[in-house]
Design a protein around this ligand. Sequence first.
Ligand code: SF4
Length: 261
Amino acid sequence: MGKIKATAKKAAAKVVAAVKQFTSWSYSRYKDHRTCPRFAQWKHLLKKPEGPKSPAMERGGLIHKEGEFYLLGKTDKGRKVSPDAVPASYAGFRKELRELRKAGALAEAKWGMTRDWKVIDFFDWANCWVRLVLDAHHLAGKRARVVDFKTGKVYLEDNLEQMELYSIGALEYYPQAEEAQVELWYLDQPRGMDNPLVKVFTKKQVEALRKKWRSRAVPILMDKRFVPNPNFTCSRCPYSKRKASPDALKRGKAGVDYCQH
Ligand code: SF4
């Protein structure tokens, strides 16, 4: 009996150990892990609460919802949204948003892919290897088009990386397409040469990007230690000891309940 109990304990420990590593990734996991492995672990793997969202994040979420309802032609409460009712936050993209709806773009997509970049259910927890969330997509002739709405500042380096991942997803979701066209609409920025930011990716380029991103996913998927990487984001990190209450600091343990940086 004792032996059975010990075996069961060992098996349970193995399960616990297994959930301590990432088995899938997304752009935000990748980016957070690159900035600070400990932050990525606590946020995405252990799901430690981050506290209330910032006003900018709340606003971004609302604006994305407005875009989604407009493209769907109805709100989540079932109220119809006319093609003329372009939300004020999309004023700089009024014409484009109307055209996007007219083209039958699908709103707020959740794309999942296996390790071999094959399309799979986003919610297939056992087999989904990478997840992408995007605002709108459709097939335009021989091009698979992806549109993502951006609020706030422009983070060009991150945005260009995101575009690469969207191009991979677009050609998997539309295998009949010969190219992927990815567009970022910076809703809070003036229109100009780089707004919207538009990039076209050929099949050959996407093939090279698949290799690049497969190797980029390795560090996050192999990591078991999640060593903290103190950096300029520590001052606003929700897990920093600077954010912990004096009471939590007294009761908690550095490295477990809050980060010592
Ligand atoms: S405080 Fe800094 S080092 Fe610690 S988890 Fe946050 S970002 Fe990482």
